[in-house]
Design a protein. Structure first.
Length: 356
C-alpha cells in the first residue's frame, strides 16, 4: 500500500500526538507506531528542483539577452517580444499540465518572472510616471489570479512579498493612507485559506497589515514631534493582543505577536525613544514588561524566555559597557548567553505546555 507523504514538521507532530494518545491510553501500546508506518516524510524532489532552477536560469538568460540588446530593438518589437514570452510560457505550462505537471509548473514560474520583468521594461520603454516601487504592486496584482487558478502556494507567497516590498516605501511616508491594501490583504488571506494554508504567506500577510498600520500612524502623526514612542506602544498592544488571543488564532499569528511585542518592548526599553518629558519612564515600563513575560513563561511560553533573555542582555550591555573593560564585557556576555541557552534547552526538554 502506498504511504501517505507528509512534510517533516507534520510527521513530527503526528508522532508526538500518537505518543501522547498512547500514554493517555486512548491507543493501545504499539498502535501509534503502526499508524505512523502508514506515513512517510516527503523529501525534496530532485527532478522538481532541477526544473524550477532551470526555469529561473532560462528566464534570467532570456531577460539578460533582451536587456543587453534593448536599445537596438524597436518599441513595438520590444512590446511584442515581452508579450510573446509571457504568453508562450503560460501556454507551454497549460499544454504540459496533464502529463508533465512538474515541468508545467516550472513554465508557469518562468511566466511569472517574465511578467514582472516586462512591467519594468515596458515602464522604461514608454516612460511611464510613478515610483520604481509601483512596479512591484502591479506585479503582485498580476500574478495573484494565476495563484488562484493554479492553486499554487508559492506564487501566492511571491505576490505577498511583492506587495509587502511596495508597502515599505511611499505608503510609510505619511502622504496618504492606502485603504485599498486592506482588500489586498483580505484577498491574500482568502486565497491562502482556499488554496491550502501556508504559514509563510500568513506571516508575510501579517507583516503587510502591520505596514498598513504604520502608514496610518505616519499619516496622522505627520508634522508632530516626538512620536516615535507612539509607534512602539501601538505595536506593543497589537503584539500582546495577538498573544492573548492565541486560543482562537493559528500559531503563525501568535508567533508574529511575540515578535511584534518583543521588538516593540526592546525599542521602548531605551530612554531616548520616549519624549523628553518622560524622564526615566522606560525603567518602570521595562519592569512591568518583564513581569508580563514571567507571567507568560509560567503559562508555558518558550518564546517569552527568548524575549526575556534578549531584554536582560540588552540591559547588561547598556550598564557594563560604561565601567567594565570590553574584553570582560564580552566574556561575561558570552557566559550569559550560554546560560540562557542551557536554561531554554532544559525548559524545552521538560515539555512546556506550548512553544507559543
Amino acid at each position: 500500500m502506498e504511504k501517505r507523504k507528509l512534510k517533516a514538521g507534520e510527521y513530527q507532530i503526528l508522532q508526538r500526538e500518537l505518543s501522547y494518545l498512547e500514554k493517555r491510553g486512548v491507543l493501545a501500546s504499539g498502535k501509534g507506531e503502526e499508524i505512523a508506518e502508514l506515513y512517510e516524510i516527503e523529501h525534496l524532489s530532485f527532478t522538481k528542483t532541477l526544473l524550477y532552477v532551470g526555469s529561473v536560469l532560462i528566464g534570467a538568460g532570456i531577460l539578460s539577452f533582451v536587456a543587453s540588446n534593448w536599445a537596438e530593438i524597436g518599441k513595438l518589437a520590444k512590446f511584442l517580444l515581452i508579450l510573446s514570452l509571457f504568453a508562450s510560457s503560460c501556454f507551454a505550462g497549460y499544454k504540459l499540465e496533464s502529463h508533465l505537471p512538474k515541468t508545467a509548473r516550472s513554465f508557469y514560474y518562468l511566466g511569472v518572472l517574465v511578467f514582472g520583468a516586462g512591467i519594468f521594461l515596458i515602464g522604461q520603454m514608454f516612460h511611464f510616471g510613478g515610483d520604481f516601487q509601483e512596479a512591484f504592486m502591479w506585479w503582485s496584482l498580476g500574478i495573484m489570479p494565476l495563484a488562484w487558478v493554479l492553486r499554487d502556494k508559492w506564487i501566492l507567497l511571491a505576490s505577498s512579498l511583492l506587495i509587502l516590498f511596495y508597502m515599505t516605501h511611499d505608503p510609510l511616508m505619511g502622504q496618504s493612507v492606502p485603504i485599498w491594501i486592506l482588500l489586498w490583504s483580505a484577498a491574500i488571506y482568502f486565497l491562502n485559506e482556499k488554496i491550502g494554508f501556508m504559514p509563510a504567506t500568513a506571516f508575510v500577510n501579517g507583516l503587510l497589515q502591520l505596514a498598513f498600520i504604520a502608514s496610518v500612524l505616519s499619516y496622522f502623526l505627520d508634522g508632530i514631534n516626538d512620536t516615535v514612542y507612539i509607534y512602539g506602544l501601538v505595536y506593543l498592544v497589537i503584539g500582546i493582543g495577538l498573544v492573548l488571543a492565541r486560543k482562537s488564532l493559528r500559531d503563525v499569528y501568535v508567533i508574529l505577536g511575540y515578535l511584534v511585542h518583543g521588538v516593540a518592548a526592546l525599542f521602548l526599553s531605551f530612554g531616548e525613544n520616549w519624549p523628553a518629558g518622560a524622564g526615566n519612564f522606560f525603567i518602570p515600563f521595562s519592569i512591568l514588561y518583564i513581569l508580563f513575560l514571567l507571567f507568560l513563561i509560567k503559562k508555558g511560553s518558550l518564546l517569552s524566555i527568548v524575549i526575556l533573555c534578549a531584554l536582560i542582555f540588552r540591559f547588561y550591555l547598556d550598564i557594563t559597557f560604561a565601567f567594565l573593560p570590553k574584553s570582560l564585557v564580552f566574556v561575561i556576555g558570552g557566559l550569559l548567553l550560554l546560560g540562557f541557552g542551557l536554561y531554554f534547552e532544559r525548559q524545552r526538554k521538560k515539555g512546556a505546555e506550548s512553544h507559543v
